[in-house]
Design a protein around this ligand. Structure first.
Ligand SMILES: Cc1cc2nc3c(=O)[nH]c(=O)nc-3n(C[C@H](O)[C@H](O)[C@H](O)COP(=O)(O)OP(=O)(O)OC[C@H]3O[C@@H](n4cnc5c(N)ncnc54)[C@H](O)[C@@H]3O)c2cc1C
Length: 285
């Protein structure tokens, strides 16, 4: 069991994890991407004090190395759901990952810019044909036709997994790439998704360029809608509501970085990660 489970490996998560370790806590950081995609995309960072002109990639690598050197444990996984029980031995959080279940006494959410179910029909059809995890739900669609909407290169691996199971996989990438790693059985399509159809079950997808009769839709984004990750988490203007200690409305759960709102900047993320870690350490003691 860990003292602190940090969800997300960007500047906020790595700062929280490092500072949790510096308070001598056992810290596990679970990150969906090895290095924050957002930070990697920053070609030149000029507003981070003391390191003018550094690339986002170089900064991300420095952060990661610093955290590891201080004993932070890193796992490459996605937390799909967080829950807790208040057993006799105190509150314990369970983070259900794609690969494992993680347990901790406190949680720091550092999941980046909050995502919402943005496509008409998406929120209504989650669990009725719309899924955020091919690894978890792919088997339900064995022999069926599915649609894969991906905002990340990481979606290619998940789509390849579906190609082995499903009768047909349409892949709609919403990122620039070569798509060379996609299984040849997958049909790459273009356009913008405009609606998911169906009432009791998903029946199809419309995009700006066509319609597709499918029974499943898989979506790969940088993060899950937060109300799916942690039901009951209070939001304010599409960001996680926190106080000055970065505490959320759920005791033992803290948040830091872009997920708590603007400005979406590295220095804010790093600072909030520090505050969240210190507050989590106080909560634990
Ligand atoms: C092109 C570009 C240029 C930029 N330039 C600058 C700049 O010059 N200066 C500046 O200050 N800022 C800049 N930014 C903004 C900066 O990158 C962000 O503010 C910063 O990365 C936010 O850090 P974060 O840790 O809150 O979130 P992120 O860096 O987005 O990291 C969150 C991580 O959590 C992971 N995650 C989400 N959900 C889960 C889950 N359920 N389980 C596991 N992992 C999960 C995500 O995959 C992601 O890797 C730039 C951004 C972009 C895109």
């Amino acid at each position: 069991m860990y003292a602190i489970l940090v969800v997300g490996g960007g500047p906020a998560g790595l700062s929280a994890a490092l500072n949790g370790r510096r308070r001598n806590k056992q810290v596990l950081l679970v990150g969906k991407e090895e290095l924050s995609n957002k930070l990697r995309q920053a070609h030149r960072v000029d507003n981070y004090l003391g390191l003018p002109g550094i690339t986002g990639l170089a900064l991300a690598e420095k952060y990661r190395e610093h955290a590891i050197d201080n004993g932070v444990e890193l796992k490459n996984d996605e937390i799909l759901n967080l829950s807790w029980d208040d057993g006799g031995d105190g509150k314990v959080f369970q983070g259900m990952g794609k690969n494992e279940i993680y347990q901790a006494r406190s949680v720091i959410l550092a999941t980046g810019t909050p995502q919402k179910a943005t496509i008409p029909g998406e929120a209504e059809l989650v669990g009725k044909g719309v899924s955020y995890c091919a690894t978890c739900d792919g088997m339900f669609f064995r022999g069926k036709r599915v649609f894969f909407l991906s905002e990340l290169v990481a979606g290619e691996k998940e789509a390849n997994f579906l190609a082995d199971l499903c009768d047909k996989v349409y892949y709609l990438p919403r990122y620039k790439g070569e798509y060379n790693n996609l299984d040849s059985r997958i049909e790459i399509i273009s356009g913008r998704p405009t609606e998911f159809h169906g009432k009791e079950r998903l029946t199809g997808v419309t995009t700006s360029e066509g319609s597709y009769e499918v029974e499943g839709v898989f979506i790969e984004r940088a993060s899950l809608p937060l109300d799916r990750l942690l039901p009951g988490l209070q939001m304010e203007s599409d960001a996680i509501k926190v106080n000055r200690q970065m505490a959320t409305n759920i005791p033992g759960v803290f948040a830091a970085g872009d997920c708590t709102g603007r400005p979406w900047q590295i220095a804010k993320a790093v600072g909030e990660g520090l505050v969240a870690a210190l507050a989590a350490a106080d909560y634990l003691s």
